[in-house]
Ligand binder design. Structure first.
Ligand code: NAD
Length: 290
């Protein structure tokens, strides 16, 4: 397939590399990042999109996606599919899909879970919103870049699934960290706490697969001085998107709102920037009941 790839940063570059390895012809464009080996360099986003059957975007946010979409949609061939894999607000995803449909194009919002490691290994999970035909067109590419693609519904459904999942993840990580800090103060050994909770009703992915306590449970960023992993500022971005969506949909999300506020404090006022999102545990260790 001829593929245009726009946004070749931490995630986009390894995803594009896997498409090249699988034999696809990839033309890329990025404002700053170098082209990965095997990706032809275009002079503009529009040029990368012109002859492509599928255009993939992997960009920082919804505003940038809207700007890029404005440029590439008129350049794309009728029947081609614009597939955005960035994490963006639901409204931007829907606006871009509508614009693409008007131009006779397919459109998908297909955010990912699995991080840079998943992008490199080709084991991402794609949560996809958009039409059935567009999903079927891109499915073979999802299979190369990932291990699972769930078609969640119409435009915006992929972004909705992503932010709901990450709202659960953020809140669960926080409560797991505060429980460890409480256990410390109660004199409960961390390993014993893990042994009990990981096999009891408090278990979760945060506890069992990504334990925030160093030396306890499977290897995780906690064992590497909380180097990400999944950076706290990316969690903050996703929690803010969840609250933006909750606001627009009039949904009551008190824990999601509190999780966003705590990660905001951590990232913007407490040196959390650049640390893994599980570094909430050392944060709680140093605190007292206020
Ligand atoms: P990144 O900042 O490393 O990459 C984004 C790239 O987009 C950069 O290379 C930048 O130069 C390029 N760019 C910005 N504006 C552009 C424009 N107008 N035209 C062309 N290129 C442009 O970010 P990333 O970590 O690769 O994340 C990309 C997306 O994936 C984000 O939406 C992020 O939320 C999501 N995501 C990231 C992770 C992760 O672990 N990094 C995990 C899941 C989802």
């Amino acid at each position: 397939m001829k593929i245009g790839f726009i946004g070749l940063g931490n995630m986009g570059a390894p995803m594009a590399r896997n498409l090249v390895k699988a034999g696809h012809a990839v033309t890329g464009f990025d404002l700053a990042a170098p082209m990965p080996e095997g990706v032809a360099k275009a002079a503009s986003a529009a040029e990368a999109a012109t002859e492509a059957q599928v255009v993939i975007t992997m960009l920082p946010n919804g505003a940038i996606l809207r700007t890029v979409a404005q440029e590439v949609i008129p350049a794309m061939a009728k029947g081609a599919v614009l597939c955005d894999c960035s994490t963006v607000d639901v409204e931007s995803a829907r606006a871009v899909a509508e614009q693409a449909a008007k131009a006779g194009l397919g459109a998908l919002d297909a955010p990912v879970s699995g991080g840079i490691g998943g992008a490199e290994a080709g084991t991402l999970t794609f949560m996809v919103g958009g039409g059935e035909a567009a999903f079927e067109t891109v499915r073979p590419l999802f299979e190369i870049m990932g291990q699972k693609a769930v078609h969640c519904g119409e435009a915006g459904a992929g972004q909705a699934a992503k932010i709901c999942n990450n709202m659960i993840l953020g809140a669960t990580m926080i409560v797991t960290c505060e429980a460890f800090a409480l256990a410390d103060k109660l004199g409960l050994d961390r390993q014993k706490m893990f042994d009990v909770v990981s096999t009891s009703s408090g278990y979760s992915w945060s506890m069992n697969a990504y334990c925030p306590a160093p030396g306890v449970g499977p290897q995780s960023p906690a064992d590497n001085d909380y180097k990400p992993g999944f950076a706290a500022e990316l969690m903050l971005k996703d929690l803010r998107l969840s609250q933006q969506a909750a606001e627009a949909a009039d949904a009551d999300t008190p824990l999601g709102r509190m999780a966003a506020a705590l990660y905001e404090d951590f990232v913007e006022r407490e040196n959390g920037m650049g640390k893994d999102f599980s570094a909430m545990l050392p944060r709680f260790e140093t605190r007292h009941r206020s």
